[in-house]
Design a binder for this molecule. Structure first.
Ligand SMILES: [Cu+2]
Length: 175
């Protein structure tokens, strides 16, 4: 490299930085949101076949609440465990890049949330779209602690790889 090479390289680098910042300033990433939910895990009485049963659910409902985010958003879910059981919530199918501790697998990526304790799951929903599932990752609680996690494309429904549907209804099959 000649003695003139260093200033030329510096000028090119500065120009590249300016172009980069000018380009990224108007990108949709700036529109990424922080989506917050509170999940209160508790036991409620439900009637099945004329018989009352105590069921462990989120926010008093079965199935639990659906979460809707847009690709690139950050999700914060505050879990308040008012049940008498140890609980974790697994974000089934979410690629936990740089947030594997938020995956919700008890005794592997986190200690279970004990009764009368709280835990906040924080992770980015990036690089994936579609309808996923959240559920308890402790034994039989999966049957009643579950719900949909809907990740919409940042470009909207027009970017679906199929004709835009007239209506979208999440269907959750539980047993
Ligand atoms: Cu799972």
């Amino acid at each position: 490299m000649t003695s003139m090479g260093v200033p030329v390289v510096a000028a090119v680098a500065a120009a590249a930085a300016i172009i980069f910042f000018a380009f990224t300033a108007g990108q949709p990433a700036a529109m990424a949101a922080i989506v917050e939910h509170t999940f209160i895990v508790s036991q409620v009485n439900m009637t099945r076949s004329c018989k009352e049963t105590l069921v462990t659910v989120v926010n008093g409902q079965l199935p639990g609440p659906s979460i809707e985010v847009t690709e690139g958003d950050s999700l914060s879910v505050h879990v308040v465990n008012k049940s008498p059981y140890n609980i974790t919530i697994h974000w089934h199918g979410v690629k936990q890049r740089l947030s594997c501790w938020a995956d919700g697998v008890p005794m592997i990526t986190q200690c279970p949330i004990r009764p009368d304790h709280n835990f906040t799951y924080r992770f980015d929903v990036a690089g994936q779209e579609g309808t996923l599932l959240w559920h308890a990752h402790v034994g039989c609680f999966r049957a009643t602690l579950h719900g949909a996690l809907i990740i919409r494309p940042r470009q909207g429904a027009s970017s679906y790889p199929f004709p835009k549907p007239h209506l979208e209804i999440p269907m959750i099959l539980g047993s």
